[in-house]
Design a protein around this ligand. Structure first.
Ligand SMILES: Nc1ncnc2c1ncn2[C@@H]1O[C@H](COP(=O)(O)OP(=O)(O)OP(=O)(O)O)[C@@H](O)[C@H]1O
Length: 440
């Protein structure tokens, strides 16, 4: 036996698909004596918490850490922010790096870039990857880690056979579908491409909704002289389903905010929303009233004591809580939606006590109860495990197949079973992103 044989560096993976680790647990891990000893020194935490911290520093103290002095983090896209954080942390040469779901919100190219960087880093730095989807697991990770009885403990790392093959051949793994207990109580067909059944009908119908819901006619956008969108012409008509995709920083969020009214960049351009030119005196409320909107930050925003039933009913009034006693019909309709998403037995529970998937199902039902002409789903399956994502996909497919609502779905990941009629892909270029249209 070779006495001076170099010990193989351990790299850890912790499955957080069932339960996320709170910031205090992540800090506890990063302060663990065993980890510091194992890695040979102190380490860093790569997570959204750190990005929030640097954003806060910038907002409150005008301090830029991840960007140069005359640049700011706030105006960066989510993918750009993550890359800046990793670049900054690598310069610190940490002995270990805790990676909290590092690939969330990254496009295919950035994931490849991250994977390569981490592979290089693994020779000198201990990596601890928290993951929700097995396909995200880094191939060189050799040890499992669990949080049990208030402590982290090493365990065997089990990978499915399919996963191992995928890693060795470098091909994209087909997602494994297994059933989990929380899935079984849900009413949705836990099958890809489930047969569409009826969804609850609206209480009132929208009047005077034009055939053309959104129309961009040769619209370009730039920020501080930097071109972002290059002469895009795009029309969304009643009842159509669209997948808006494109790499990080290509302008997806910019386009969405021009539609919903949170961005004045739409004013003065040939942009028509529900038949009216943007900036022609329409109120933001008028536009929002016709749009059902879901983004994952909403699950954190609604942290009051409202019950699931109240949350769904409040979608009829565009309010957070209920300011007037709901009618019997409103209650019945909300209950039908809750039954559809399989949460009848939780309808009187506080929304904030639900798990992440359940919260998202409730918020999508809330956005849909009025059957708005347009439903915008901004990265709805981001940071979910495969089973959770499939539940959302089934609900979205049901809505797409059984309502008149047009759907605009923004996401990097192509989820199994989700096939929209139309795809708009933003392809960046020197002059800004161009629109490439595809049909499924
Ligand atoms: N207020 C702003 N000031 C300056 N630049 C901005 C501003 N808002 C967005 N940008 C830039 O516009 C580009 C497009 O950003 P956007 O957030 O729309 O991209 P995205 O496609 O949604 O990206 P991601 O997938 O990473 O979320 C980015 O390069 C971003 O830095």
């Amino acid at each position: 036996m070779e006495l001076n044989a170099k010990k193989e560096r351990k790299h850890y993976a912790c499955d957080v698909s069932e339960q996320a680790l709170s910031f205090s647990k992540l800090k506890e891990l990063s302060d663990s004596k065993w980890l510091v000893e194992e890695a040979g020194g102190a380490g860093l935490l790569f997570s959204n918490h750190m990005l929030d911290y640097y954003l806060d520093e910038e907002y409150r103290h005008g301090k830029t850490v991840l960007t140069s002095e005359n640049d700011d983090l706030k105006s960066k896209s989510s993918g750009e922010r993550k890359k800046l954080l990793l670049d900054y942390q690598l310069k610190q040469q940490p002995s270990f790096l805790i990676l909290d779901n590092p690939f969330d919100a990254l496009d295919v190219e950035k994931v490849a870039w991250f994977r390569k960087k981490l592979q290089e880093l693994a020779t000198t730095t201990t990596l601890i990857q928290l993951y929700r989807r097995e396909e995200d697991l880094l191939p060189f990770i050799n040890t499992g880690l669990v949080y049990e009885e208030k402590a982290f403990r090493e365990t065997e790392l089990k990978r499915s056979k399919v996963e191992l093959e995928a890693n060795s051949q470098g091909i994209k793994r087909k997602q494994l579908l297994t059933s989990r207990p929380f899935v079984q109580h849900l009413n949705l067909d836990y099958r890809v491409n489930s047969v569409v059944s009826k969804i609850p009908q609206p209480l009132e119908y929208y009047e005077h909704v034009p055939e053309s819901l959104i129309k961009f006619d040769k619209v370009s956008v730039s920020f501080d002289g930097k071109p972002i969108i290059d002469t895009i012409s795009w029309e969304v008509k009643k009842g159509e389903t669209w997948h808006l995709k494109g790499p990080n920083g290509s302008g997806k969020t910019t386009l969405l905010s021009m539609i919903t009214g949170d961005n004045t960049k739409g004013y003065g351009k040939e942009l028509y929303v529900f038949g009216r030119k943007k900036g022609s005196g329409e109120s933001v409320w008028e536009i929002k009233q016709k749009i059902g909107y879901f983004t994952i930050t909403m699950t954190e925003r609604f942290d009051g004591m409202h019950t699931v039933l109240e949350m769904v009913i409040s979608g009829l009034h565009d309010s957070v809580g209920l300011y007037q006693k709901p009618t019997t019909l409103e209650i019945t309709r909300a209950e039908e939606w809750i039954e559809l998403i399989g949460l009848t037995n939780l309808k009187l529970k506080a929304f904030r006590t639900l798990d992440e998937v359940q919260k998202r199902l409730v918020l999508i039902a809330r956005a849909m109860i009025k059957h708005p002409p347009l439903l915008i789903l901004d990265e709805p399956t981001s940071s979910l495990n495969t089973q959770g994502a499939q539940l959302l996909v089934n609900l979205i497919n049901k809505i797409a197949g059984a309502s008149e609502t047009a759907i605009l779905y923004v996401s990097h990941r192509k989820e199994d079973g989700l096939n929209f009629e139309n795809v708009l892909e933003l392809e960046p270029s020197q002059t800004g992103s161009r629109a490439v249209f595809k049909q499924n």
